[in-house]
Design a protein around this ligand. Structure first.
Ligand code: HEC
Length: 127
């Protein structure tokens, strides 16, 4: 029985997919919270939102953009360069396997927050 159920788990949506789904939920909730809060806390909320959004990239690009292995690190990349790359993924000008879909899943405003967040991180080489 345990064999059968383990097998069933393996053909399910998989951890990455489920993580993406739950992150989408977190994003939705974060958006709701932001609207409900008074303007005075908007800046702190922006920082938290930026970190939450950037965390959705961590599965592939590493924690705080410090990628491991072959993946290119995002940490310390200038925000305008990051935004330009993301815009190219969104428009399809830059060939990609997954980043076309991913970049289209965020608003311009969210991508700006994410880009600013990664730009402010320490790149691995500088550690
Ligand atoms: C499911 C894995 C995955 C996730 C999640 C992901 N990426 Fe990517 N990213 C890739 C892959 C793979 C590439 C290489 C291009 C391709 O094949 O799509 C890439 C390339 C990039 C590049 C180009 C890097 C370079 O130097 O060429 C940028 C910028 C980027 N991603 C930003 C992001 C941001 C910002 C997020 C979060 C909003 C994110 N990625 C989430 C897999 C991912």
């Amino acid at each position: 029985m345990s064999h059968a159920s383990r097998g069933a788990c393996r053909v399910g949506p998989g951890p990455a997919r489920r993580a993406l789904a739950s992150r989408a939920l977190v994003r939705a909730l974060a958006g709701t919270a932001l609207l409900a809060l008074p303007p005075a806390t908007a800046l702190a909320q922006d920082a938290n939102l930026a970190r939450s959004l950037a965390a959705t990239c961590a599965n592939c690009h590493g924690t705080n953009g410090n990628a491991r292995g072959d993946m290119k690190p995002l940490a310390g990349m200038p925000a305008d360069k990051l935004l330009a790359m993301l815009a190219d993924f969104r428009s399809g000008n830059q060939p990609a396997t997954i980043m076309h879909q991913i970049s289209k899943g965020y608003s311009e405003e969210q991508l700006k927050l994410v880009a600013a967040y990664f730009a402010a991180q320490t790149p691995p080489a500088a550690k």
